[in-house]
Design a protein around this ligand. Structure first.
Ligand code: NAP
Length: 279
């Protein structure tokens, strides 16, 4: 049985590919680039762009299962190509934003809902993974300041979030792809522990082996800082999440352990896995 992994060099996709490979599953990996580097040796790699449906029939030929990133542009073409190819099950990396009370006014939620809806209205079986905050986001916020200046500047240092290790999202996806019982399931995924941003920086400092001082800045200064590495829509989402984390504890969940049978990674483990990114 062939599983197609879209975005197989992405933060989550690369661990989905690794998990399928460890499980001895046949897979085909995709990239939009014609000569992709950085894939495991010997892997079958095809060029495909979810926003260019004409590229999809070749990628999906003979496949039964798909790990999918949410790209609303072209999703109808994806569904048509997947149904024609005989794909049975799609595991979608969606977003917990779809569950937010403001989802109707949130462009991130709307983009993910458009993809979910197209899959729900298709003949394909589906599983939706709906994560909250990725731990990898801290690379956007803090990698350059820590590397270049050795300091982190934050508007809400005591705001709490519950970051998720990308390996846990991949483990959920691999389980949903390879084990029965996940068709029609939508899994909200929050991290296993609530931590203040101050505590998260402390874990990174411990992993890299040096002090990382923290400075408090205004929201407007933070908007400028974050805008150096993130698009405005991402900056708005992060500042809103941090602001929310100052007044109410973030949601945590046990879904990773419940579904995969293995405990979710802590943020301290994530920081160890990524220590070199901050050095
Ligand atoms: N960050 C968060 O806190 C958060 C929270 C909830 C949900 N999410 C969801 O998670 C996603 C990010 O996951 P990630 O960190 O693993 O992403 P990532 O590291 O940016 O990887 C995205 C992958 O998607 C592929 N890709 C991009 N556009 C494509 C297209 N048009 N057609 C085919 N492949 C395409 C890229 O592959 P190539 O470049 O090789 O083509 C890349 O490997 C977001 O898009 C969002 O849907 C994120």
């Amino acid at each position: 049985m062939v599983t197609v992994v879209f975005g197989a060099r992405g933060n989550v996709g690369r661990h989905v590919a690794a998990g399928l490979s460890s499980a001895g599953e046949k897979m085909r990996l995709t990239s939009r680039e014609p000569l992709p580097a950085g894939f495991p040796p010997g892997a079958e790699v095809v060029t495909a762009d979810l926003e260019k449906p004409e590229t999809l029939p070749a990628a999906l030929d003979g496949a039964q299962r798909v790990f999918l990133y949410a790209k609303p542009e072209g999703i109808d073409g994806f569904v048509t190509a997947a149904e024609s190819a005989g794909v049975r099950h799609v595991v979608l990396l969606s977003s917990g934003a779809v569950l937010h009370p403001d989802a109707a006014r949130n462009p991130i939620a709307q983009a993910h809902l458009a993809v979910e809806s197209a899959l729900e209205n298709s003949s394909l079986a589906w599983t939706f993974i709906r994560p909250g905050m990725f731990a990898t986001n801290t690379l956007w916020w803090w990698r350059n300041p820590i590397r270049d200046e050795g300091v982190v500047r934050l508007p809400y240092p005591d705001s709490q979030t519950a970051p998720i290790h990308e390996k846990d999202l991949a483990a959920l996806a691999v389980t949903a792809l390879t084990q029965p019982g996940h068709d029609g399931q939508a899994y909200p995924v929050w991290g296993p522990e609530a931590l203040s941003l101050r505590e998260q920086v402390r874990h990174i400092a411990a992993a890299v082996g040096r002090e990382i001082p923290l400075e408090t800045i205004s929201v407007e200064q933070a908007r400028v800082e974050l805008g150096k590495t993130m698009p405005p829509i991402g900056v708005d989402a992060i500042l809103a999440a941090w602001q929310a984390g100052t007044t109410a504890p973030p949601r945590v969940s046990t879904v990773v352990a419940d579904v995969t049978g293995r405990p979710a990674h802590t943020f301290a483990q994530w920081a160890e896995d990524h220590a070199d990114d901050f050095r």
